[in-house]
Design a protein around this ligand. Structure first.
Ligand SMILES: NC(=O)c1ccc[n+]([C@@H]2O[C@H](COP(=O)([O-])OP(=O)(O)OC[C@H]3O[C@@H](n4cnc5c(N)ncnc54)[C@H](OP(=O)(O)O)[C@@H]3O)[C@@H](O)[C@H]2O)c1
Length: 264
């Protein structure tokens, strides 16, 4: 299976590594060009290409961008992809980073907005796990602590293929519904960044209340930043507020932080 990935940054580079470890053929692109990806290419064996090339002749295309970068993609980019290419959206909408997007604020799901921008249906997956958990929490099938990830999309066959891919990189999955319903796995949902087992994920997806999403998204983000701004070794407050501070803390601490937001 041939895979393309746009945006091998914080989580995209982990996806590249996991896919390569599982034996997939991967090419990748960013906005700075293939030369800027030489180090990641040497580490993983993924092939750096231009944005125009990354979408061509792939079975699956991962889009791993902050939402504000989506409209910056070259116009008509996805016309160069095969009709059958499964396009995956890993992104989340955060207004502090992406600026305000009125359509999302007015109720369109994050991924429905992405579909409108790129002119193609997407499968939403891998947006609910922090990068260091994705790097470290994969387990063999049947492990009691195997993490499960929600998959949303309008094409059941494509969701099955994505579920098989997740299984190969160490994760269970649960079909979470359509793209219109994919708010169920957006920030603020109890399934977001909480590393549920399959049983937990099935259970938690059943009792969701969309009206609590915004408040819980704010609480989760605040709690996450509070944890990230403490040096994990000394406990001292780190004076950086940059989003990229993330990932120095072990993933279980981050998971516990998100879980605590949803404790009754
Ligand atoms: N980090 C996580 O743990 C995590 C977990 C789940 C989901 N997510 C979501 O995944 C998305 C990416 O997050 P991240 O933390 O990985 O961000 P990041 O570290 O900032 O990486 C962003 C990537 O996108 C590329 N990029 C930015 N603008 C581009 C453009 N116009 N054209 C092509 N490539 C472009 C960047 O490369 P250049 O700078 O070279 O363009 C970089 O490779 C976000 O929506 C985030 O919410 C993140």
């Amino acid at each position: 299976m041939n895979i393309g990935l746009i945006g091998p940054g914080e989580i995209g580079s982990v996806i590249v590594r996991k896919l390569r470890d599982a034996g997939y053929s991967v090419k990748m692109a960013n906005s700075k060009g293939p030369d800027s990806l030489r180090e990641l290419a040497a580490k993983t064996g993924a092939i750096p290409v231009s944005i125009g090339q990354v979408v061509q002749n792939v079975d699956i295309l991962f889009i791993v961008l902050p939402d504000k970068a989506i409209p910056e993609l070259p116009e008509g980019l996805l016309n160069k992809a095969k009709k059958e290419t499964i396009v995956i959206d890993v992104g989340n909408y955060y207004p502090f980073r992406d600026d305000r997007i009125d359509e999302i604020e007015n109720g369109l799901t994050d991924s429905a907005w992405v579909e409108k921008q790129i002119g193609r249906p997407v499968i939403k997956v891998l947006n609910t796990i922090v990068s260091n958990a994705l790097a470290e929490a994969g387990r063999p099938a049947g492990s009691r602590d195997r993490v499960a990830l929600p998959i949303s999309g309008d094409n059941p066959k494509a969701k099955e293929i994505v579920a098989q891919l997740l299984d190969r990189i160490g994760f269970d999955s649960v079909d979470a519904g359509t793209i219109a319903e994919s708010w169920r796995q957006q920030p603020g949902s109890p399934v977001y960044c909480t590393n549920p087992t399959k049983e937990e994920l099935q259970q938690w997806l059943k009792n969701l209340d969309r009206s609590s999403l915004i408040t819980n998204k704010e609480k989760g983000t605040k709690a996450h930043f509070a944890v990230e701004q403490r040096d994990p070794r000394t406990g001292a407050v780190i004076k950086r507020t940059d989003y990229q501070v993330i990932k120095r803390t072990d993933y279980q601490t981050i998971v516990n932080t998100y879980r605590s937001v949803h404790k009754k």
